[in-house]
Design a protein around this ligand. Structure first.
Ligand SMILES: [Zn+2]
Ligand SMILES: [Zn+2]
Length: 337
């Protein structure tokens, strides 16, 4: 018996020397390494699945499975500091950058970046909303170099409210240093000496904003709130006549007073809405958009109960009787009238 065991170990040793991969077949005794490897492989498969199944009104089951797999990874705190996470996000952002570099001949391309960041691109303008690098402090998910390239493609940024997952000082400085306008709600980063253009009123206001390259945007600003915090809701009309409404972190029962009649003040083609807003059915009815795209899933700086998941978005928007599109980081949809 002793001889058999001895032979077994000798042959195992041979195998591991001859075939280096053999020693990696199991992760016994190394839970962290196992989880990291599984996470890495899941991200890779999700990436591939999303690339083969672009956002569509008729959503393939494979997409849904990929988004829910993403939820599972991102709601497991063991993965919060996984190096595979920023790598995945950077891979997805590279896709955005590649697309942003292509000219848009008609319609509007809506890009979803990390968290609740969106970009709308038409033939003549590129408009950004609440761009955020994610991560913490000096360790952002989207590296400055990559974000700078994204900002280089944008003409203007709109900021909704004074929360750190929406107002990223580094990104704001990239816009301002390039002489590009940043439109903000009163109070945003008031302690910094930024030349933001504050636009806010208790009433619904209309503004025309001149862009560096000569084109103009018509903007309707609604007096929204996230609980007690001021949260501008913007409807931006591109020179081509595409109306994009971005609600930031809208969350207030009192605001239904104007939300219920929002469509009388501005037309909305595409509504970009936080997935956890109060009563999405009512908000959608108020703005009366042609297309609804939820956002703000999987903000990693929130605890997992308020990190929000795609599966929750599906159920929250089940009763929204409009064209809906479910997207994740690094995806876009080309909307045409
Ligand atoms: Zn937020
Ligand atoms: Zn917020």
């Amino acid at each position: 018996m002793k001889n058999i065991i001895h032979k077994f170990f000798i042959s195992m040793l041979f195998l591991s020397v001859l075939c280096p991969a053999f020693s990696q077949i199991n992760y016994w005794g190394d839970v962290d390494k196992f989880v990291e490897e599984q996470t890495k492989r899941s991200f890779s498969l999700i990436n591939e699945t999303l690339n083969q199944n672009a956002p569509a009104l008729e959503e393939p089951l494979a997409r849904k499975a990929a988004l829910m797999n993403l939820d599972a990874i991102l709601h497991d705190p063991r993965n919060d500091n996984s190096p595979a996470l920023p790598q995945f996000i950077q891979t997805r952002m590279a896709l955005i950058l590649k697309e942003l570099n292509k000219p848009v001949e008609e319609g509007v391309k809506i890009y979803k970046l990390y968290n609740h960041s969106f970009i709308a691109q038409t033939k003549s303008v590129v408009v950004a909303f609440d761009l955020f690098r994610g991560g913490k402090g000096d360790n952002p998910y989207i590296l400055n170099e990559q974000m700078q390239k994204i900002v280089d493609k944008c003409d203007i940024m709109f900021l909704t409210h004074n929360h750190s997952d929406h107002c990223d000082p580094v990104v704001i400085e990239m816009f301002l240093n390039a002489g590009k306008k940043v439109i903000a709600t009163t109070g945003i980063l008031a302690n910094k000496n930024y030349s933001l253009q504050y636009m806010r009123s208790d009433n619904i206001i209309k503004e025309t904003i001149d862009l560096q390259k000569g084109s103009k945007l018509e903007v309707t600003i609604f007096p929204g709130h996230q609980s007690n915090l001021l949260n501008n809701v913007y409807t931006v009309k591109s020179p081509e006549g595409y109306n994009i409404t971005y609600v930031g972190d809208q969350y207030s029962n009192d605001d239904f007073e104007w939300i219920d009649v929002a469509k009388e003040h501005a037309t909305t083609d595409v509504l970009l809405i936080n997935c956890w807003t109060i009563d999405p059915v009512r908000v959608v009815k108020g703005f009366d958009p042609k297309l609804v795209i939820p956002g703000h899933e999987n903000e990693m700086n929130h605890s997992i109960d308020h990190r929000e998941a795609h599966w929750l978005t599906y159920s929250r928007f089940e009763r929204v009787n409009r064209n809906k599109l479910f997207m994740t980081w690094g995806e876009y949809y080309h909307y045409k009238k």
